[in-house]
Write a protein that binds this ligand. Sequence first.
Ligand SMILES: *Cc1c(COP(=O)(O)O)cnc(C)c1O
Length: 430
Amino acid sequence: MNHVNSKSLFDAAQKVIPGGVNSPVRAFRSVGGNPLFFKGGEGAYLIDADDNRYVDYVGAWGPLILGHGSPLVVDALRKQLDQGIGYGASTEAEINIATKIVDIVPSIEKVRLTTSGTEATMSAIRVARGYTGRDAIVKFEGCYHGHADGLLVKAGSGALTLGEPDSLGVPKAYTNLTHVLPYNDAQAVEDFFSKHGDTIACLIVEPIAGNMNLVPPVPGFLETLREVCDKHGTVLIFDEVMTGFRVARGGAQEVYGVTPDMTCLGKVIGGGLPVGAFGGRTDIMNMIAPLGAVYQAGTLSGSPLAVAAGICMLDAISQPGFYEDLGARAEKLMTGLKSRAAKAGIPFTTNQVGGMFGCFFSEEDTVTTFSQVMACNSDHFQRYFHLMLDGGVYLAPSAFEAGFISIVHGEAELAATLAAAENAFTALAS
Ligand SMILES: *Cc1c(COP(=O)(O)O)cnc(C)c1O
C-alpha cells in the first residue's frame, strides 16, 4: 500500500503545525510510522490522500455512528446552511435538541450546550463546585475528561499514548485539588470517602472507561459511587462524552441503571460537528449564569449547524432496534476476532458494550483494570495495527483507545475486517 502523498503532507504539516497534528492522538507516536492524511469518508470507509480505502473503526473518535457522510446529516446541514451559519443568539432548534436530550436521558432535567467535550466536563465541575461550596474533586486513573488543567492527572487517551499522564504547564496548585483513585475498585472509593468525603465537590467518572482502551464497570462499582456521593453530599458526574448515545440510546446510565446528578455529553450528539453538552438536576443546573453565580459561556455554543446535525442524529438513533442492530454487529466482530486469534495461538481478548469495543493482546480472559490494560503486549498491538492498515482496516493508532462501529458497517465490511485480522494474527504468530 502506497502512502507517498500522506508522507509528503505530513512533512509539510510538521513545518506549520506542532507535531503535524491538531490533536496528539492523531499522530502515530505509539505505533510508529507516519500518520495518514484523509481526503474522504463514505459510509464505513475512509479514503486517504493516496486513494487507499479502509474500513474505519475510529469514526472520528466516536461521533460517526451513522457512518461517514450520512445523507441524513448532510441534508440537515444543507437545510440550515440555506438559512445562515450562526446568529450568536437563541434559536428554536436549541429548544428542540434540549428537549430531545432531556427525553432520552432521564437524569438530565436541564442541559446546556458547549462546543467540545472538554468544555462540558470543565463546566460541569465548576457547577458542582459552586453548588457544594467545595474545591476538591475525585477522578479515576486512566479516565480522560478532556484537557482542562485540573483533569490532566493520570488521564487516559493521548496522555497515556505519549507516556505523559501529567502535562507541563498545569500548576501543581490545581492538581492538588484532584484526587485520583483506581478504576473499578469500590473498596478504594469507600475508604477514601470515609476519610475525605465531606470535602469532595464532585466525583467524575467515565461510567464505561473508553480512554484506556475499553473497560466496562465491574458489577457494583457504579452503585458504590452513587452511594458514597449520596452519603457525603458529593455531586456524581458521569462523563458520557464517549458513551452517550453510543452504548445505548440513554448511554451507560441506561445500561447499568445508575443515575448520576450530572452528565457530560459530546461526540455523537454533534453528528461529527463540534458539540458538547452538560446537564443534570434542575437545582444544580440553575446555579449557572444568568440564573446563578456560576459563570459559563460560549460564542459558538448552540451553533445552528451543530444543533441541526445533532437533532438529526438523535432522531436517527431513536429508530426502534437501532442499538440492538449496532451491538449485534460489534459482537459479531469481537467473536470473529477472538476465534481467529485463538486459531493462530495469539493471546487476545475483547470487551464490548453496544457500538463500542476494546481489543487486548492479553493473556487474561477479561480485562477490568487499568493495570491489566497496561500489561498488554504492546509489541503485538503495534504490529497488528500496521498489518491491519495494510489489510485495509483503519484502527485507532493507540492501544489505549476504544474502537467504534457504525450502523453502516455491513456484512461485507465485517468479513473484510476478519479476513485482514486472520492474516494479521497469522503473521504475529510466525
Ligand atoms: C473525548 C472525550 C472528552 C473530551 O472531548 P473533546 O470534544 O475532545 O474536548 C471528554 N471525556 C471523554 C470521556 C471523552 O471521551
